[in-house]
Design a protein around this ligand. Structure first.
Ligand SMILES: [Zn+2]
Length: 268
């Protein structure tokens, strides 16, 4: 499943093809993904110029000079294909630029989404309205405030998009390990001093993953390149019963129906 770093890398890759370009043609090859595509998608996008690309939580945003923003979410399996040699059955949405470049949104499981939102209505758009701050903009004092009085496990609170937007399971596990915080600890009980280790840990794990994705960006620009996933290695995630770097053994527990990986020796 694409997490925040993959979305950031995808946005940077799309930027190389789309920024400043006019959209010559779009094609919706089915009426829906997770939800229906906007019916006037083609009309509003055709002829528009792309002014900016950016990310909010795990959404990619493509702004146009018509004050529309095309918002995409990659869901479980979505990816953008750059200049595909042929269009496959999972290529559900196609954009062609005035330079003749072609992008295909490919999503085999169709948990992704594509919406067109007026730029001045983005903050009030339901999926964005309740989102907390971006993890890369967050500081420890703000996080302390957001966790105040909460008795739920820190792991679950960090996955709550209204507390911090866009953090996924992998990076929460990794950041808690780096900060030495046990994933089941009550969120509201964690001292500011410990949060001052946790917040930089988020920044580090996300920045490292974005850098790892960025190092392969040049491949995306080539015909047949794909945006959406890259390989990376983790300290605890998906390493049950394997050693941690400091001599402990990684343990897996289930919290909120999802696996948490942590080191009982390093995390308290
Ligand atoms: Zn350890």
């Amino acid at each position: 499943m694409p997490e925040l770093p993959e979305v950031e890398t995808t946005v940077r890759g799309l930027e190389q093809v789309l920024r400043g370009r006019r959209i010559a043609r779009v094609e919706a090859r089915r009426p829906d993904l997770r939800r229906a595509l906007p019916e006037d998608l083609g009309q509003r996008l055709t002829g528009a110029r792309v002014t900016r690309l950016r990310r909010r939580a795990k959404y990619g945003l493509i702004d146009t000079d018509r004050d529309d923003t095309l918002v995409f979410h990659l869901g479980m399996s979505g990816k953008w294909r750059i200049d595909p040699t042929e269009i496959g059955k999972h290529d559900h949405f196609i954009i062609e630029t005035d330079e003749g470049r072609r992008l295909a949104l490919n999503d085999a499981r169709r948990f992704g989404s594509l919406d067109l939102v007026r730029a001045d209505e983005l903050d009030e758009w339901p999926p964005f309205k309740a989102l907390g701050p971006e993890p890369l903009d967050l500081d420890a004092r703000e996080l302390k405030k957001r966790l105040a009085g909460r008795s739920a496990a820190i792991k679950l609170l960090l996955l709550d998009q209204s507390i911090v937007a866009g953090l996924g399971n992998i990076y929460v596990c990794e950041a808690l390990y780096r900060a030495g915080i046990h994933p089941a600890r009550a969120g509201g009980s964690i001292s500011l001093e410990r949060l001052e280790r946790l917040v930089p840990a988020f920044h580090d794990v996300l920045d490292e993953a974005i850098a790892a994705g960025g190092s392969t960006l040049r491949d995306f620009a080539a015909p047949g390149g794909e945006l959406g996933y890259f390989s990376k290695s983790f300290a605890v995630y998906d390493r049950e019963k394997k050693p941690c770097a400091k001599g402990g053994t990684v343990k897996r527990i289930v919290q909120g129906g999802r696996s948490t990986f942590y080191c009982p020796k390093c995390q308290h």
